[in-house]
Design a protein around this ligand. Structure first.
Ligand code: ADP
Ligand code: 5GP
Length: 232
């Protein structure tokens, strides 16, 4: 029997990497393996090559693209990110569950390749908390930070493409929720609770955009569209 594919996406700074780290440390999902993406982004302090990402140069990444090495890939925040095709296919075929951490465009692309994939969207409890976390992490310049925040609005408006919503208020609670989803327990839907989404209202954004998310272009303006290959 093939394993299940779990896809997790979140606006940058939501705490997704922290949650994934804790999820595997706790060891409550023994069948679950993490798909380590390739990226041209330089490592942040504490990140380890081959654990957090495979950190590669642009030439290596482009060679992998031309060899059809990615299930999907994206250019975001001036760097490339991609999911290894062979590794994911091989682990699923071996019956393991696989967790991939991708941006929202990557999640939508994986959905079309794996219709039964479980898509999890994670957010912090509010927009001010997202800003606080991203700022306090101190890993981005102010320009990079602004780009990630601008992207977060678009990502939140894409939430209805996901099967489940996890709010990362308390990290341990949120991790338990993801463990439950991996175990097949029911979860919250992203479309639930309109009041909650008002916490992501930005002063310069029409509120109906938050209440009634609409499908939008695959990437916000000014961002290149994803060009990842999709398996048939
Ligand atoms: P992401 O991978 O989504 O970009 P990180 O895991 O790097 O986010 O987390 C962003 C920042 O928020 C980090 O400084 C992290 O320690 C902090 N953080 C993560 N989860 C929580 C939480 N539940 N409460 C408070 N801070 C958190
Ligand atoms: P970061 O630079 O913060 O680690 O990641 C930036 C964004 O790239 C995050 O939204 C993360 O989920 C996404 N990302 C990481 N790996 C991949 C990947 O292989 N494919 C895609 N599409 N996005 C990825």
């Amino acid at each position: 029997m093939t394993g299940s594919l779990f896809v997790i996406s979140a606006p940058s700074g939501s705490g997704k990497s922290s949650l994934i780290k804790l999820l595997f440390e706790r060891g409550n999902c023994p069948r679950l393996e993490y798909s380590i993406s390739y990226t041209t982004r330089p490592p942040r302090p504490g990140e380890v090559d081959g654990r957090d990402y495979f950190f590669v140069d642009e030439k290596t990444f482009k060679n992998l693209i031309s060899e059809d090495g990615f299930l999907e890939w994206v250019q975001a925040y001036n760097h490339y990110y991609g999911t290894s095709r062979d590794w994911v296919n091989q682990r699923l075929a071996a019956g393991q569950d696989v967790l991939v951490d991708v941006d929202v465009a990557g999640a939508k692309s994986l959905r079309s390749r794996f219709p039964k994939a479980k898509l999890i969207f994670m957010v912090p409890p509010s927009q001010p908390e997202l800003i606080r976390r991203l700022t306090n992490r101190r890993t981005e310049t102010s320009e990079q930070l602004a780009r990630r925040l601008a992207q977060s609005t678009w990502e939140i408006n894409q939430r209805t493409h996901f099967d489940f919503l996890v709010v990362n208020d308390d990290l341990i609670e949120a991790t338990r929720e993801v463990e439950g989803l991996v175990a097949g327990r029911p979860g919250r839907k992203p479309s639930d609770n309109k009041e909650f989404w008002k916490k992501f209202y930005l002063p310069d954004q029409p509120q109906d955009q938050i209440d009634q998310p609409q499908d939008q272009p695959d990437q916000p303006q000014g961002q290149p569209r994803p060009q990842g290959q999709i398996d048939k």
